[in-house]
Each structure stands twice: as structure tokens, then as C-alpha cells.
Ligand binder design. Sequence first.
Ligand code: CO
Length: 135
Amino acid sequence: MTDITGLSHVAIAVPDIAKAAAILEKRLGVKAGPVHENAAQGVRLAYIDLGNARIELIAPLGPEAPLNAFLGKNPGGGLHHVAFNVPDIEAALAEATSAGASQTGKTGRNVHGQRIAFLHPRDLLGALVELEENR
Ligand code: CO
């Protein structure tokens, strides 16, 4: 069985991170950290630390970013993916794919240098799942 050890984050795709952070701060009282860029993933992002998990605000980095397609369908923003902690990403991917999930894209790295991989929503009840390696 895929060894999931916890929830890392829930990602909300937004057109503008600063505006999104201001809305969540005003309405929910939560504060976003600094904005990072992940060129390989084509995103700008900021985290809201909730203690036991984070919200990840993501926005497209430039006109070619894959996230633009999602925002085309959800122009005001929307829930984009859920990320689980796994101790070993290769083992987790092998287990999940042998059990019927499929990886979408290539295994990459997040802004903290941790290895990440995405599983296609068609095999997971419509939810895009990210696996994040936390050793
Ligand atoms: Co994520």
C-alpha cells in the first residue's frame, strides 16, 4: 500500500497571489508567506501555514504555464490539487501505479528541494494528487 504519512498541503489556483492572499487574510485571518517561483513547474506560489498542513496558493508563471488551462476553466480560481507526504517517492509511485494510479508529468522538485510527483485525477476520483517526499 502507498505509504502516505500525512497531508502536506491543499493547493488553490488563483490568477493573482497577492490578491488571493489579501482575501484569505481578510476573510479567514490566515497569513501567506513570501512568494516563490518554481520555473520548472511554471508556477508562482505562496504558502499559508496552518500548523498541521498548509494552503498552497499557485498562479501561472507566464503565458505558457500549464496552469493557465485550469484558470481558463476556473477564472476566479479553484481547488487544484491535494498533496500528501510520503517518505520515499519512488516507492510511493511504484505502489500507486501498480495499484491503478498513473503519474502525470515527470517527477520534479518543489521550492524547498523536495521531490514531488503528480497522479492523474482520472484514477483518483477527479482529484489531482501530489506526492511530496518528506524523509
Ligand atoms: Co502542491
